[in-house]
Design a protein. Structure first.
Length: 453
C-alpha cells in the first residue's frame, strides 16, 4: 500500500517530469478506445483506456486526485502495445507518457522485500549480463536434455504450477548448448555481390533461447548480399527496464549499445525482435535530456531497421527462390513492430512471395496477443482473455502456420495453440525461420553453418 508521503512524492514527480503539453494534446476524442485490448476486455472501463489513463495522469499533475492504488492499477494493467498511437489524430505519444509515469511511481514508492529482491535480481543481476543469461538458459537446456523434464511431467510436477505457466513450459523452444551460445560470430561476409554493410543487434533472449532464429536472420542477410558485423560490446536493449519503471538502468544500457555500434561504419542496424526494435528506435527520446548522448542516440536510431524491412528493400524475395509445401499461412503483427517501427507491409510482402503457400490475412492481426514482455506472467488473467480472443481469430483463418516477428509473441501464440488443443494441427514460427526454410528448399540457404570467408 502506498503511503501518504509516497503519494506526495509521486505527485511532485508528476508535476516536475510529466510532459504537460503532451498530456494536453489528448482531445478525449475516443478514437483510441476500439484499439485498446484492456479497455475492451475490462468491460469498457474508461480508466483502462488510453484516454482514461491520460486523464488520470493529468489529474495527478493538477492535484485533483491522489496517485493511489487504483491509479497504479490502471497503469499496471496497460499492455503498452501502443495501438492507440497510429489512430490518434493529435499524434499523442502515449507510450512515452506511460513509461515516464511508471518510472515516477516506481522510483518514489517502497516495494516489499520480496518484490525488491526479484526486481534487483532481474533488472540489475540478470538482463544486463549476457554471460548470466547464457548460464540461466543453459540450466533450462540441461533440464530439457537430461531427462528431468520428462520426469517432472510424468510425476505431475507441472500440475503444481498455475495453468498458464505449466502450458508455457511445454512451448519453450529447444535450448541450444552452452558451446553454441558461446561460439558466436563477429563478422560474416555477404553471399554473392555485396549490397549493404549492416550491423546485427543480437539481443539477450534472442541470442540464447532463440539462438536458431538469430542464426536464420544472419543467413538471410548474407543471402540478401549483406556483409554483417556483430559487435561483442552490445547488451540487452533495455526494453524490460524502460517498461517497468527502471528508466535509469535503461539509459545505461542504451549508452552501452550506442557506443558498441556507432563506429562500425554500417548502413543499417538490424533487429529481428519487434519489442527490442521499438525500444532501440526510441533511444533518441530516452536520452533526449542528455547533452553528451542525445545526438549520438539520434544517429543510432536513424540506422535501425527490422529484418523484414531490409530484406524487402533489397528485393530478397525476387532474388531468392522461395517455396514451401502447400499450407495456409497467416501473420500476427508484433505490436511494437507495427505501431512503433511502422513495419507491417514488408513481412506480408515476403510471406506472399513464397511459392506453394496460401496466405490468409487474420482478422484484427494488428491487435495485441497479450504477451507484452512479461505481461503474460504478471497479469495472467487479462493476458489470457486477450489471447483467447486472438485464438478465435486464428481459428477463423484455418491456417496451419502462424507467423510472427517477436519472441514474446511467438511464445504467446504457441501458448494459445497449446491451450486450444491445436498442437497437432497448427504451429507458430518466427518469420526468419520460415523464410530460411523456404530458401533452403532450393539450396540457397544452408541450415547448417554460416557462409564464412
Amino acid at each position: 500500500m502506498t503511503t501518504v508521503k509516497e503519494q506526495q512524492k509521486i505527485q511532485s514527480g508528476f508535476k516536475e517530469r510529466m510532459n504537460e503539453d503532451e498530456l494536453l494534446n489528448c482531445m478525449r476524442c475516443g478514437f483510441c478506445l476500439p484499439t485498446c485490448p484492456t479497455y475492451i476486455e475490462s468491460g469498457y472501463q474508461e480508466t483502462h483506456s488510453p484516454r482514461g489513463r491520460i486523464a488520470l495522469m493529468k489529474a495527478v499533475v493538477d492535484g485533483l486526485i491522489e496517485p493511489d492504488e487504483d491509479f497504479e492499477r490502471s497503469l499496471e494493467l496497460c499492455l503498452g502495445c501502443r495501438a492507440c498511437e497510429p489512430v490518434c489524430p493529435s499524434g499523442v505519444n502515449y507510450g512515452h507518457l506511460l513509461e515516464d509515469a511508471r518510472d515516477i511511481v516506481n522510483q518514489n514508492k517502497r516495494h516489499s522485500l520480496p518484490v525488491k529482491l526479484v526486481r534487483k535480481a532481474v533488472f540489475k543481476g540478470l538482463f544486463p549480463h549476457q554471460n548470466r543469461m547464457r548460464n540461466l538458459t543453459g540450466l533450462i537446456g540441461f533440464y530439457q536434455r537430461s531427462g528431468l523434464q520428462k520426469v517432472a511431467r510424468n510425476i505431475g510436477v507441472m500440475h503444481l504450477l498455475p495453468e498458464s505457466l505449466a502450458a508455457m513450459e511445454k512451448v519453450l523452444p529447444e535450448v541450444p548448448t552452452m558451446k553454441e551460445m558461446k561460439n558466436r560470430p563477429e563478422h560474416l561476409p555477404s553471399v554473392g555481390k555485396q549490397t549493404a554493410r549492416v550491423a546485427f543487434f543480437s539481443g539477450c533472449l534472442m541470442d540464447t533461447m532463440f539462438l536458431e532464429s538469430n542464426n536464420a536472420t544472419m543467413k538471410l542477410l548474407q543471402l540478401a548480399g549483406c556483409e554483417i558485423v556483430i559487435p561483442k560490446g552490445q547488451v540487452c536493449c533495455g526494453a524490460l527496464h524502460g517498461h517497468s519503471g527502471e528508466k535509469d538502468d535503461a539509459k545505461a544500457l542504451a549508452r552501452r549499445n550506442i557506443q558498441a555500434f556507432e563506429d562500425l561504419n554500417v548502413d543499417f542496424i538490424i533487429t529481428n525482435a519487434g519489442g527490442c526494435g521499438a525500444f532501440l528506435i526510441d533511444y533518441d527520446y530516452l536520452l533526449k535530456d542528455d547533452p553528451e548522448w542525445k545526438d549520438r542516440a539520434v544517429a543510432f536510431t536513424e540506422k535501425m531497421k527490422d529484418i523484414s524491412e531490409i530484406l524487402a528493400a533489397l528485393k530478397f524475395h525476387e532474388k531468392v527462390n522461395l517455396e514451401l509445401p502447400h499450407q495456409i499461412i497467416s501473420y500476427q503483427d508484433s505490436c511494437h513492430l507495427r505501431n512503433v517501427m511502422k513495419t507491417s507491409l514488408a513481412p506480408r510482402l515476403l510471406l506472399q512471395a513464397i511459392a506453394g503457400i496460401e496466405y490468409r490475412e487474420m482478422k484484427e492481426a494488428d491487435r495485441c496477443c497479450g504477451s507484452a514482455g512479461i505481461y503474460n506472467i504478471v497479469e495472467t488473467e487479462m493476458s489470457m482473455k486477450i489471447l483467447d480472443h486472438k485464438m478465435s481469430q486464428v481459428k477463423e483463418t484455418r491456417a496451419a502456420t502462424i507467423v510472427t516477428a517477436n519472441p514474446g509473441c511467438l511464445l504467446q501464440m504457441k501458448l494459445g495453440i497449446e491451450r486450444e488443443g491445436l498442437a497437432s494441427k497448427v504451429r507458430a514460427v518466427h518469420i526468419v525461420d520460415l523464410l530460411l526454410a523456404a530458401a533452403t528448399k532450393h539450396g540457397e540457404g544452408s541450415p547448417g553453418s554460416f557462409r564464412q570467408e
